[in-house]
Design a protein around this ligand. Sequence first.
Ligand code: ZN
Ligand code: ZN
Length: 506
Amino acid sequence: MKKALLPRSTTLVLALVLALCTLLYASWKTVHFIWLSHRETINERQPFQPIMVARWRKLDWREVLNVPDRSKKELPWFDTRLPTNNEPPDFPYQRGPIGNSWFASSPYDPGSFLPNSRFKWKRGLAITGPGSEPMIGWHGTLHSHTGWSDGAATPQEAYGFARDRGGLDFFAVTDHPEFWLFNPGRTWDQLKEIAAMANRPDFVALPGFEYSSPIFGHYTVIGSDGVCSAIKCPELSDFYRWLLLPKNRDALVAFAHPLVQRDNAGRFEFAQMGFVPALEKQMFGVEVIHWSGHDRFHFGFSGRQPFIDEAMAQGWHTGALGSQDNHSLNWGLANARIGVLSKNLDRPSLIEALRARRFYATSSRDLEMAFDAKTSTGTWTPMGGIIQIPRPQKTKAKSTDVKLMIETRLRLFEPDQYNAPRRIEWILDGRVISRLDFEGLPHELASTEDTANYYSGEITGAFSERLVSDGERHYLYARMFMGDDFATYAQSSPIIFSGHHSPSKP
Ligand SMILES: [Zn+2]
Ligand SMILES: [Zn+2]
């Protein structure tokens, strides 16, 4: 008779401990699940009560651009890289015949059959105030696929296409690393090399990947050292821990197409955007324009607010991303994109602007937009920035009736005559605080040059500093609806009003 390895009583105790641990773990998971399922966001949708009055004035493009010489030769209106199966159009451009173009149409992406992107305005919006150099809204998208996962063709072809045919200024290939079963590290290194080769003085190519968990959703990652697939990092905590590794602290990560994973979205997607303070600087965006349509109109996990407001309410500082998420040969041809405000177009400048959330999402192919805010004593801070709000003065004198105001300024230039600005809204902490409707004919912001219209304007507004001076964190962004049926959309990244408690230093 064999002797047992352990005494019988010890085995029993071990089994009991094991059972107890399993039970504890299971109950913790259940409680966690219930907690996730019932959590609601802080801010709920409120009936519209305007607390900011907006004003607008038409801008002349010469005024905005500060062009010294009006000769058309000087103006880089037309991007020579773009295909010319039609003659170059006049200012701003003329619409080419539909059907005689390389544009693919998408029912989810209104207007994408309109070949209007030949026009490029690359002189910059004077958003930084007099005397300083204007920034330019560079257009691109940071989410796309190739045959290296579930898309088509190669990353080389995608970068080239996005630049030469899509007319983009920057582009990231972000394939699913879950497809890279053998040696994903080597595939990643190859992608980095390809991106470096595709990088040009007039085009920034970035390597990226899309972490794709069937349970916790998809995240796009730019600028990481390596890759972490959902196979290697099955739990969200694995993925977050990996992002926090010293070698990945420069990586930028974004919530991709919220609610596309419908079955899991109500419970686990992004673990409902639960805030991880250590990741705040890296979590730079959430897609608000995506062909799935789940993100734009609009409502998040609570069903009450857009995802971006839910993320902001949790503590994230998420910029507004417009992504094409291409899965076929159409890189750059869809309308969704971001405009990144930067003086120069190169990798360091672009990454700096992305890190600063100085970008807007747009489904207009050519919209240039700048949104900034300032306190009564401060200077203009562009979208995505953080404004420190001083503690209100508690003086005994009757100086309390001095009305301190937060000023806002939105500048726009839209050369597509079919994308007339129709409505602008300002959102503070998830609530619409002001709304401006353009209804007139001819359109209030339209100017005519030769035969075509363009829209150019500056819309300013002010609201009481009291609304943001209670020491809490607040945020403000602007969004704009354009065209018939308000089908074209743009949204700025949020500006944060930081409380008196100084934020922790990096
Ligand atoms: Zn995805
Ligand atoms: Zn994707």
